[in-house]
Write a protein that binds this ligand. Structure first.
Ligand code: ADP
Length: 295
């Protein structure tokens, strides 16, 4: 099983010809509310691909919370450990302009009230093969999850997003770190992915740096780095490509695939997701991914 300790947000997306500047009002084309949040996205990606997934986190006591929970359940994610807490659910206020450029305000809401583990979480984490972590919950909660996983010998996979300095204790409890190239550069000050990976290997035993359409780079202590190409596809929306990639990677590893093979399979899943709009709505099923992997 895969445990995810992370964020659940409602994405409030306004499509506009041009984003407003301070003090300006513009008329937009369309508005959509779509379930998101990095934790929930990774959970949904893994569940669609056949993983048994438990989501640990919180939604607010509002209408968004109800919808966020049911979106997870509809994809087959276990939500018993997703608490409903006082106040608003997490929201992301997103403006997408005609060039596809976006500006985003994230209000953590309920996610910000997850400050540690609740009764039962420790055994849920202990029962998993791996724990997926990101940085959209308070750091103390992420640390508590990583510590619990460590204590049970459960593999931890950390997506260091949004980018921020990582406390040494978190790095020490991370088995596999999966930054994108911008996060890798922010963490190391090095823009060359090979050099960034080398630097990160001083902190964690395994690193995958995702490189968008250029694929990904895998590095592990004592091994030659491995470049994994991405399938060539026509991307229409790369939102949550990284989350799909991580969810798929967790499923592949959980099924006992070796890392290179799991990475190739994850690249196929992520490439399918970028060919469709949306975050969770773009994530492929198991059947689609296996078919595309054979093609
Ligand atoms: P993030 O979404 O976190 O910024 P990336 O953009 O690096 O992460 O994408 C994660 C993975 O998704 C990549 O390693 C790659 O496998 C896949 N991917 C992203 N963009 C494309 C693309 N345009 N074509 C094919 N695969 C892609």
């Amino acid at each position: 099983a895969i445990a995810v300790l992370g964020s659940t947000n409602m994405d409030l997306v306004a499509y506009v010809p041009k984003a407003p500047r301070a003090g300006e009002t513009v008329t937009g084309r369309e508005f959509r509310t779509v379930p998101g949040g990095k934790g929930a996205n990774q959970a949904v990606a893994a569940a669609r691909l056949g993983g048994e997934v438990v989501m640990i986190g919180a939604v607010g006591a509002d209408e968004f919370g109800v919808r966020l929970r049911s979106a997870l359940a509809a994809s087959g994610v276990e939500t018993a450990a997703l608490r409903t807490v006082e106040g608003a659910s997490g929201t992301a206020h997103i403006t997408v302009d005609d060039e596809g450029a976006n500006s985003i305000v994230v209000i953590p809401g309920a996610n910000g009230r997850v400050t540690g583990l609740e009764p039962g979480d420790d055994s849920r984490i202990g029962a998993a093969d791996c724990l997926l972590l990101q940085l959209e919950l308070p750091l103390e909660a992420v640390l508590a999850g990583a510590r619990a996983a460590r204590a049970h010998g459960v593999r931890t996979v950390l997506t260091p997003a949004p980018a921020q300095p990582l406390p040494p204790e978190l790095l020490a409890a991370t088995d596999l770190l999966v930054p994108n190239e911008h996060e890798a550069a922010a963490l190391t000050g090095l823009t060359d992915p090979h050099r960034a990976a080398e630097a990160l290997l001083r902190e964690v035993p395994e690193v995958v740096i995702t490189l968008g359409a250029a694929g990904s780079l895998y590095a592990a202590r004592g091994r030659e780095p491995l470049e994994v190409p991405a399938p060539r596809v026509r991307a229409v929306d790369t939102t949550a490509a990284g989350d799909t990639f991580v969810g798929a990677l967790a499923v592949g590893l959980g099924e006992g695939r070796a890392v290179p093979e799991a990475l190739r399979w994850a690249s196929v899943a992520a490439a399918l997701s970028v060919q469709r709009p949306g975050a969770q709505s773009s994530m492929p099923t198991r059947a689609e991914t296996d078919a595309a992997a054979l093609a």
